[in-house]
Write a protein that binds this ligand. Structure first.
Ligand code: NAD
Length: 508
């Protein structure tokens, strides 16, 4: 069986101008100091539609000299009157204006994201792009509410007739390198740029090399919104070049990173030069626990969405399902039937549930995991097939018979592949769920209050969902325990990542 790409593979009425040239010209350039400039080397690289292989655009390939320029520009902007002199209310209005402009171009941004990354149109149009916009609206409100404290102190060193007044102020952490992955490019960028701007920081945004288009478009929108030059710079390029140059750069005060645990560890090493602040949103292997009292009519589609949405290329993807033995067989049958009913096709085609994975390399990687599991005796109940002319599609896959020690149970596949394992009691399943280097997210499916609370208390992860999976909002802190990361994005925690504290002590 091969993937049908459908008659309507493009809805390019709105994206055509951007892809053709738009304000950035073709090839796309780097946004540095408010200007669109080519890479110093003149080098470019291509953006391709993973469903068809179609060449979408050429992008500037940033290297060390471009990163140096971007960092210098962000440092200048940090103390420029145009940015530092802006009142909190003006900053709030600017963030709101950015959200308005993004909303105006919602369809275009969703089309770009779908073409560039491969996700289904509905995921981009009704999920990720609105969620990115919500980040700017949410953090707009924080810009006017960044507060210090006054501190009653007992210090009286200059005698009883001298008083001491002490207070704290909050200041921007400085120049931020925002390095984001390819699975949800615009949303991941917004989750960093919005709180950083609310805090008064300046930013160099580096999108992933295979999904850079919405970052460039975001750059255009930021310029249009009136963001002063240099406050946000966009450098497209490769991780080992532009990314590493940012991570090593002494002019960068903080790296806000979302990506793999392996690269996250490299960034920790790179940060030691100038002790950069680091937030790391890394990988996961999220357990999904189905209790015997779960309502399977709600659970099956919920569990399926938790692993198959965006082709499983989601950090919190519920890739390890543990089902109580009482419901195990029914759950496996229904989940397999559900997954066989999902349609693969071009993300922009009507009726597509799953688009391609981001690249052939990623689809090959997913297939390697499945074939290895199969060779170890795991049953492929549904899917397990790489598809499409380019081999970039992967059928939603349900595996049974995997055991805890196998790679398929321990490593992040980042594809539409789920294992289902039976369990007999709560202690057993909690031990299995926590038997992972990751601790990003988990879900429990049950109609019982006690089960829900016992599982959420017993799981060691940054988020636990009850009767849902992958529910996010800008107000909900999101982060990982153990090797899933450092720090939390979203909510008040998300703003803290971009602030330093200064204590002022005055004798009078
Ligand atoms: P990746 O780590 O390969 O790349 C992420 C970003 O880092 C890209 O922009 C890349 O160019 C850059 N990079 C690569 N090497 C670098 C280096 N040496 N120095 C600096 N930058 C470098 O991740 P990916 O494959 O793009 O994304 C998938 C990963 O992201 C998965 O592990 C997934 O779980 C994780 N992720 C985590 C979250 C979360 O919130 N925890 C969200 C989304 C994705």
């Amino acid at each position: 069986m091969t993937v049908t790409l459908g008659p309507q593979t493009r809805r390019d009425d709105r994206i055509a101008p951007f892809l053709a040239h738009a304000t950035t010209t073709s090839p796309k350039r780097l946004l540095i100091d408010g200007e669109w400039v080519p890479a110093a080397s003149g080098e470019t690289f291509g953006a391709h539609d993973p469903a068809t292989g179609e060449h979408l655009a050429e992008l500037a390939r940033a290297g060390q000299p471009d990163v140096d320029d971007a960092v210098a520009s962000a440092r200048r902007a940090l103390t420029s009157p145009a940015w530092k002199g802006m009142t909190p209310a003006e900053r709030a209005a600017l963030l709101w204006r950015i959200a308005d402009l993004l909303e105006q171009d919602l369809d275009e941004l969703a089309q770009l994201e779908t073409l560039d990354q491969g996700k289904a149109w509905g995921t981009a149009r009704f999920g990720e792009v609105p969620a990115a916009i919500a980040q700017f609206r949410y953090y707009s409100g924080f810009a006017t509410k960044i507060l210090g404290t006054t501190i009653p102190t007992s210090l009286r060193r200059q005698g009883p007739d001298r008083q001491v007044f002490a207070y704290t102020t909050r200041e921007p952490v400085g120049v931020v390198a925002a390095i984001v992955p390819w699975n949800s490019p615009l949303l991941m960028a917004a989750m960093k740029v919005a709180p950083a701007l609310a805090a008064g920081c300046t930013v160099i945004l580096k999108p992933a090399e295979n999904t850079s288009l919405t970052a460039v478009r975001l750059g255009e929108i930021l310029v249009e919104a009136g963001l002063p030059a240099g406050v946000v710079n966009v450098v497209t390029g490769f991780g080992a070049e532009a990314g590493q140059a940012l991570a090593d750069h002494p002019g960068v005060d903080k790296v806000a990173f979302t990506g793999s645990t392996a690269v996250g560890k490299r960034l920790v090493a790179a940060s030691t030069g100038n002790l950069k602040r680091l937030t790391l949103e890394l990988g996961g292997k999220s357990p999904v626990i189905v209790m015997p009292d779960a309502d399977l009519d709600r659970t099956v589609p919920g569990v399926a969405a938790g692993i198959f949405d965006n082709g499983g290329q989601v950090c919190v993807a519920g890739s390890r399902v543990y089902a109580h033995r009482d419901v195990y067989e029914e759950l496996v049958d229904r989940l397999a039937a559900h997954s066989r009913g999902l349609s693969l096709g071009h993300g922009l085609a009507e009726g597509t549930d799953l688009g391609p994975l981001v690249s052939r390399v990623q689809a090959d990687r997913v297939d390697t995991f499945v074939r290895e599991a199969e060779s170890e005796g795991v049953d492929v109940v549904a899917g397990g097939v790489q598809d499409g002319e380019l081999g970039t599609f992967y059928r939603p896959t349900v595996l049974t018979g995997a055991t805890q020690g196998m790679r398929i149970m321990q490593e992040e596949v980042f594809g539409p592949v789920v294992t289902v394992t039976p369990f007999d009691d709560l202690d057993e399943v909690l031990a299995w769920a926590n038997d992972s280097v990751y601790g990003l997210a988990a879900s429990v499916w049950t109609e019982g209050l006690s089960n829900a609370h016992r599982v959420s208390e017993g799981i060691d992860s940054g988020t636990v969902w009850i009767n849902c999976h992958s529910y996010f909002g800008p107000e909900l802190p999101k982060g990982g325990h153990r090797e899933s990361g450092w720090g939390y994005e979203n909510g008040a925690n998300g703003l803290e990542n971009y602030l330093e504290t200064k204590t002022v002590v005055a004798v009078y």
